[in-house]
Design a protein around this ligand. Structure first.
Ligand code: NAP
Ligand code: ZN
Length: 350
């Protein structure tokens, strides 16, 4: 298969800084779209992958799954897009297309495994997939999203992961005007969860460890802010929430948050992957039919639904634009929760 060489930015090993490198992209097949990447958001998952926090990272690792850009080439069977259109790509670039999950537009739960935009198995070229920290990407049109034209393009990029990852559980657990929603952690996912829950009409509370974020949270739309390290403050919201979206990336005690769920309420983990510590106490769950659940990104149709909703409600991410060469510093700031509230790389700086 013929390929084109493009510039990218990636890590050669667990401990290496990201640096410039060349990667190969396939030439467009009849159903493919080639996108000139204009902006790429920086997700905490990029950092987890570059540093092999979850195990299984294949190197070189080129992260980036919040991609927006302009179409430069299309295959001759492409019907939904034309050259010159804006387009976006999120966390997936392929799935089997025929399992029960795929048939229900739940490609993220493909029973044969979806192909991640990065660190996935490349079905075309062999080896592994490379993400959006690069000049161009080539993706099958069924995994390409339409961008609402009225939104600021750079601030749309984070919707492709932070947006859909919080939208999907809000929709699945039927959040609407009568819902009381809480969000744990004000970072990339957390700030989108506030905006989207508010857009759906819910009353929204933020749980944060960082008192300095209170004003920002209110500006983003939060009705209340609870400092999670303040026991008295936590006690004041016991039994209150219908849905909690927990975005914390590292192991943490979820029991104090379960206590703030209403009867039949659900706490949805979207951040941390792995065993819970300390042990999850089932007493408040059994005594109040409360659930602890989890959720992974969202399907392609649901991602388009979220983008359209954002277009109609003028919702975008709060961003700080960085140059590609600033990515290593950006990761260090992300580790200190010093992001307001998503870094977006200007890919023309590469
Ligand atoms: P982020 O921007 O770094 O935000 C995480 C926030 O969590 C921080 O701003 C901080 O908020 C809080 N926090 C950080 N460390 C904490 C700790 N040790 N204890 C308690 N709170 C802590 O990260 P993100 O990009 O939003 O991603 C969040 C997580 O979601 C990552 O693990 C990422 O891999 C994962 N993720 C999952 C999916 C999915 O499909 N399920 C999709 C995308 C990302 P405060 O300062 O307000 O406390
Ligand atoms: Zn992500």
């Amino acid at each position: 298969m013929s390929t084109l060489t493009v510039k990218a930015y990636g890590a050669e090993s667990t401990t290496a800084d990201l640096k410039e490198m060349n990667i190969e992209r396939r030439e467009t097949t009849p159903t493919d779209i080639e996108i000139d990447i204009l902006y790429c958001g920086v997700c905490h998952s990029d950092l987890h992958t570059a540093r092999n926090d979850w195990g299984g990272t294949m190197y070189p690792a080129v992260p980036g799954h919040e991609i927006v850009g302009r179409i430069t080439k299309i295959g001759n069977e492409v019907t939904k897009f034309k050259v010159g259109d804006l387009a976006a790509v999120g966390c997936m670039v392929d799935s089997c297309g025929h399992c029960d999950s795929c048939k229900q537009d739940l490609e993220q739960y493909c029973l044969n495994g979806f192909t991640g935009t990065y660190n996935g198995k490349d079905k075309h070229l062999g080896g592994h997939t490379f993400g959006g920290y690069s000049e161009k990407v080539v993706v099958d049109e069924s995994f390409v999203l339409r961008v609402p034209e009225n939104l600021a393009l750079a601030a749309v990029a984070p919707l492709l992961c932070a947006g859909i990852t919080t939208w999907s559980p809000l929709r699945h657990w039927n959040v609407g005007p009568n819902s009381k929603v809480a969000v744990v952690g004000l970072g990339g996912l957390g700030h989108m969860a506030i905006k989207l829950a508010k857009g759906l009409g819910a009353e929204v509370t933020l749980f944060s460890r960082t008192p300095g974020k209170t004003e920002d949270a209110k500006q983003l739309g939060a009705d209340h802010v609870v400092i999670s390290t303040d026991e008295e403050h936590m006690n004041s919201v016991k039994g209150k929430f219908d849905v909690i979206i927990d975005t914390v990336p590292y192991v943490h005690d979820v029991n104090p948050y379960v206590a703030t769920l209403n009867i039949s309420g659900t706490l949805v983990l979207v951040g941390y992957l792995g065993g819970l510590e300390p042990i999850l106490n089932t007493v408040p769950m059994i005594m109040g039919r409360r659930s602890v659940a989890a959720s992974l990104i969202g399907g392609i149709a649901e991602t388009q639904e979220m983008l359209n909703f954002c277009g109609e409600h003028n919702i975008v991410s709060e961003i700080e634009i960085i140059k590609m060469q600033e990515i290593n510093e950006a990761y260090e700031r992300m580790l200190k929760s010093d992001v307001r509230y998503r870094f977006v790389i200007d890919m023309k700086s590469l």
